[in-house]
Write a protein that binds this ligand. Structure first.
Ligand code: C5P
Length: 306
């Protein structure tokens, strides 16, 4: 009798293990393992493409103590093709840091955070897209250059938490928007200094100097080398912003990227004037392919219009 009981318990045990095995229990173990964020899928959760390219760049923004290497400076000065001197660069940056915070305020990722970001490029494919609410729904809405919202809210939304710009592409912003300044040449630092007191247009608004973030020229090189395998002259502002978002956010949604049917980078708010624009000096096709690939690997979500 005792033996029968033991056999029964043994058989029930084997059946239990079998059932337990057949059921997909992996999600429960995943839940128990410490995850880097609370999104459905966190950016750094193992993907070979991600691991290859995304050797996380520690200092995407300049800070008062950051020392740009000569090597990185030489790459940066070549993108503008003008004679520029490292010691002059250092002086200008030092002067700027007397006015703006010593380092950009970037909140470190944490296991109980899921920060979502919308990166909004300026492609004509946003027209009639009705992406507005989806863009505004994200925690951060990062717009680029002259990307407009007024009159285009249904397609592009109306919130802007960050505005990426450089002197030639600058627009006025309110004092709650974070100015993310991309320096492409030495004189850009003079312009940034001036815009702190006069505003980008010299009239309406000033940059909120306490929010200023200055892109590190070495980050531009990193994007060119690691993400584009040195293709093209240097990466576009938009593509660098996508990679930047992969460093700041836990979940990245990309809108407004893609040339028109003639291969031009036309804008959603205006008729294209220069029919030979193509993608400027940037490797637009490569950048697009990379965004598509990242989307296939579920590293970001890419919205291509209708
Ligand atoms: O034209 P603009 O440089 O202001 O656009 C911002 C960014 O949006 C570009 O740097 C580019 O990466 C992206 N863009 C795009 N397709 C377009 C227009 C812009 O991918 N048709």
């Amino acid at each position: 009798m005792k033996l029968k009981g033991s056999v029964l318990i043994f058989l029930l045990g084997v059946m239990g293990i079998g059932l337990f095995w057949r059921a997909d229990i992996s999600p429960y173990f995943t839940l128990l393992a410490k995850r880097p964020c609370v999104c459905d899928r966190c950016l750094s959760e193992g993907d070979s493409l991600f691991d290859q390219r995304f050797s996380k760049f520690d200092e995407p923004f300049l800070s008062v103590n950051y020392n740009l290497s000569e090597d990185n400076f030489n790459w940066w000065k070549d993108i503008q093709g003008r004679g520029q001197i490292l010691s002059v660069y250092r002086e200008k940056v030092e002067r700027l840091f007397q006015l703006v915070p010593a380092s950009a305020h970037v909140e470190a990722s944490s296991p109980d955070r899921c920060r979502t970001c919308a990166v909004v490029g300026n492609s004509g494919n946003l027209m009639k897209s009705h992406y507005g609410p989806l863009i505004d729904f994200q925690d951060f809405v990062i717009r680029i250059n002259r990307g407009r919202t007024k009159g285009y809210e249904a397609d592009v939304g109306n919130r802007t938490t960050h505005r990426v710009m450089y002197p030639e592409s600058a627009v006025d912003i309110d004092n709650t928007t974070i100015p993310v300044l991309f320096p492409f040449k030495l004189t850009d630092f003079d312009w940034f200094m001036k815009a702190l007191s006069t505003g980008p247009s010299g009239r309406k608004s000033k940059f909120n100097k306490d929010l200023v973030m200055l892109l590190n020229p070495a980050f531009m090189r990193y994007v060119h080398v690691m993400w584009l395998q040195k293709k093209g002259h240097y990466p576009s502002t938009g593509f660098m912003t996508v990679v930047l978002a992969l460093h700041l956010c836990d979940e990245v949604h990309v809108f407004g990227f893609g040339a028109d049917s003639d291969g031009n980078w036309s804008h959603y708010w205006e008729q294209l004037r220069d029919k030979k624009l193509k993608t400027g000096g940037h490797p637009g096709g490569e950048e697009y392919k990379m965004i598509v690939e990242l989307s296939k690997h579920q590293i970001l979500t890419f919205y291509t219009g209708w």
